[in-house]
Ligand binder design. Structure first.
Ligand code: URA
Length: 211
């Protein structure tokens, strides 16, 4: 304390912990409890065919949540979203804007893999979407990034093309929502990468710079 006073004078300044960091362990606990509550879900038939219930991973206090469509084969086997080739690309993109999967939260609209990776159907979405809503209530992000058309169409209740949904700030549960390409689409069509990079630069500028 004496040393501090020599350098900074008599007035002491404490950094006030912001609300988010002081709530850190609380959201962590709540997410863990919620996971335990829903992990054995059998409400829809996908419960019978899944290997793992894929709850989501990351920082329970993140300002940004990425939402994909549903687990694929690798995700079903490992119990974690976006762990295949698309996931590796997502990791690289996150790294390019100084993020990583442990700094953000990554989840899917559906928690269980649809057989043969078919699109989620409306019954499955209806049963699973409340889980996503509750996760968002606990995490309280400032931004949701919908990865791909299926995730965006589901959350925004629209059939618009991905091109029409990009470059706009939408709202989901009163949270800003941006739409960008699914990593698998970027792998299939590398020409889309520059547009996706614009989306991620926008995210960095509007939601990360100065943080
Ligand atoms: N595609 C998705 O939408 N989510 C995953 O977790 C994996 C692939």
């Amino acid at each position: 304390l004496n040393q501090y006073q020599e350098v900074y004078g008599k007035n002491l300044y404490f950094k006030r912990s912001n609300d988010k960091s002081s709530n850190m362990s609380e959201s962590n606990k709540q997410l863990q409890e919620y996971y335990n509550k829903i992990k054995n879900c059998m409400i829809c038939p996908l419960g019978e065919t899944r290997t793992n219930f894929v709850f989501g991973v990351g920082n329970p206090n993140s300002d940004i949540v990425f939402v994909g469509e549903a687990p694929g084969k690798n995700e079903d086997l490992l119990g974690e979203p976006f762990v295949g080739r698309g996931g590796k690309l997502l990791d690289k993109i996150l790294d390019a804007i100084d993020l990583s999967r442990d700094k953000v939260f990554i989840l899917n609209v559906l928690k269980c893999r649809p057989p043969d990776n078919r699109d989620p159907n409306s019954k499955e979405i209806e049963k699973c979407e409340p889980y996503l809503k509750k996760q968002l209530k606990i995490i309280k992000p400032k931004l949701i990034v919908s990865l791909g058309r299926i995730s965006a169409m589901t959350l925004l209740r629209t059939k618009e093309s991905l091109g029409n949904m990009r470059n706009k700030i939408h709202k989901y549960e009163n949270i800003d929502l941006l739409v960008t390409y699914h990593p698998a689409a970027l792998l299939r069509n590398p020409n889309l990468k520059s547009a996706a990079w614009e989306d991620f630069k926008f995210i960095r500028k509007e939601y990360l710079d100065g943080k």
